[in-house]
Design a protein around this ligand. Sequence first.
Ligand code: F3S
Length: 389
Amino acid sequence: MHLTREEEKMLEGERGWANQVSMKILVRLGELYGATRLIPVQSAHLSGVSYKHMGDASIDFLTALAEEGGKAQTLSTLNPSSFDPIYLTKRYHGERLEKQSLIIDLYTRMGINPTLTCTPYYLRKPKRGQHLGWAESSAVIYANSVLGAWTNREGSPSALAAALIGKTPDHGVHQAANRQPNVLVKVETSLKNEAEYGALGIHLGKMLKDKVPAFKGLQNPSDDDMKQLGAGMASSGMTALFYHKARREKEKMETISIENKDIKEAVSGLCTTAAASDLVFIGCPHCSLKEVKSVAGLLEGKKVRKGVELWVCASRHVRERAKNYVNIIERAGGHVLCDTCVLVTWIKDLGMQTLLTNSAKTAFYVPALNEVDVVLRPLGQCLETVCRK
Ligand code: F3S
């Protein structure tokens, strides 16, 4: 890789250990993928925040970086943590709270903004063509496909390194040649709701691996539908970019056809039980303002049943802007939680056995990561189930 003189100095340790470690990560990654240089990023988004997933080893590494003067060189944001500041903090024991706070403090000391959301694009929307260094696969695919920004799927270490150096290796979808669609997905049925968009994403992700699909036949998907579609593909596969509308069909392009039975099978394949749920979760990825509004609209004048909890997860930014809707949801007995989600916290320890959600991504991960059963249904059905008049 060609490095500038300043980059070489960092790599040799002349700009401190934190910069040296970060440069080593970026250069190693660049060499692995055949990058010839580093390019500046307009922002970095970091995963590796929840104590549930990170454990103690990460705390030592973050402490060393912070003590050695690691400082973000670009606008940097954080993924969700294991708690919201109000509701869940009361329900777990002290050590988990302390460790989680420490992780967030260490990032904050390094100048990383503790946004604690997987939808940083609602806080500050990247511009088309901007290069980013983002982790969190659902945010990456949304940034590339819906917003037109350019970012690879970074892991926790490489996104942190991108934040501290302000650069990323120039490979993958940072290069125009790698952003061309190479598989056509013909959707020969109409998708009825966000759960079906997400389930289609899970179904396709397994087949597509890291290919770039272009869709034909999607009928005016909303940004929130595409959020679910992308989150699904990025969960079961390595997709980082899709085109919701094929511009033109290239000859001999590999084609995948999707029929109604594929969607039905994908939805039922994501359900592990028919049992009643004790937790209903909306907000994976974190809700948009429009989604919080929809939840509130469906809950107006209703009450969450005894014995069931309703969690609606969103960023602080969206929660703040959605105050009136939040009031309606809370009056109905739901909880609008920020900074967290079910996957990064310990719902089984709260006595939850079965989760009902409208997110295919959650349904895909929750049986393994939370060891609870799951049912996937669209928002309207989730809320009908959780409410009584
Ligand atoms: Fe976000 Fe949690 Fe889903 S981090 S994408 S709400 S699993």
